[in-house]
Write a protein that binds this ligand. Structure first.
Ligand SMILES: [Zn+2]
Ligand SMILES: [Zn+2]
Length: 220
């Protein structure tokens, strides 16, 4: 269970600061290797990797803390198969721990007045935007799944709102738009909230959009 000082976290949000330090929260959870092994087991059951690949990843003794901090600092997805699979599993572990930490901070009403682009809880960047019926967007933190109202329309990095600087590639099969800013290099995956499934599933089916954006040198 991640350790979070809830009162201090809420006071920080009220003062416009992020609730907790994500690396401290992860460190409070101790050894992440058993969690990584369980996620790799689940990946095998789900057919994401083979039995041989799972054994090979474990035999490589991946440094989970290193993979998680690389994810936090926006490392590119590794090319090598094993390291890539280990990173993918480490992200599932860290995401689950941070989601639990954010749930302890409170309900989304705790950060209703939040007007920044970074996550009110962990300071991460959003990777998904949900289009609400009222016309505004709700941002979803890529690290901890916190949701908050987008402070502005268009690019979150630089205020661009018009094509071709803000490019939109529709993917009807996935039900997502990949929105990319050619000015500041940010991207976001956008879709209507209606029909939205669990974030774990949504991220798994849209992984190809992230890779396409990364290949263009973009980041969330
Ligand atoms: Zn977050
Ligand atoms: Zn921009």
């Amino acid at each position: 269970m991640p350790s979070v000082d809830v009162a201090a976290a809420r006071a920080r949000i009220a003062g416009g600061q992020i609730a907790y330090d994500a690396l401290h929260v992860i460190a409070s959870c101790g050894d992440l290797r058993p969690g990584l092994a369980r996620v790799l087991d689940a990946f095998e059951v789900a057919g994401i990797l083979s039995n041989d690949e799972r054994r090979s990843v474990i035999a490589g003794e991946p440094d989970v803390d290193d993979l998680v901090s690389g994810w936090f600092t926006g490392d590119r997805v590794p090319r090598a198969g094993n390291r890539r699979l280990a990173r993918q599993a480490a992200i599932v572990v860290a995401n689950a721990l941070l989601r639990a930490a954010t749930e302890r901070v409170g309900a989304p009403s705790t950060w209703r007045g939040w007007t920044r682009v970074v996550c009110p809880c962990c300071g991460g960047s959003p990777d998904i935007a949900l289009l609400e019926r009222g016309g505004h967007r709700t941002l979803v933190c890529a690290r901890c799944d916190a949701q908050w109202r987008a402070p502005r329309t268009g690019c979150l990095g630089c205020y661009q709102v018009d094509a071709p600087v803000l490019a939109r590639i529709e993917n009807p099969a996935l039900g997502y738009d990949l929105v990319m800013c050619n000015s500041c290099g940010r991207f976001l995956k956008e879709r209507p909230r209606r029909g939205f499934e669990s974030l774990l599933v949504e991220r798994a089916i849209t992984l190809e959009l992230d890779l396409a954006a990364e290949q263009r040198g973009l980041r969330i």
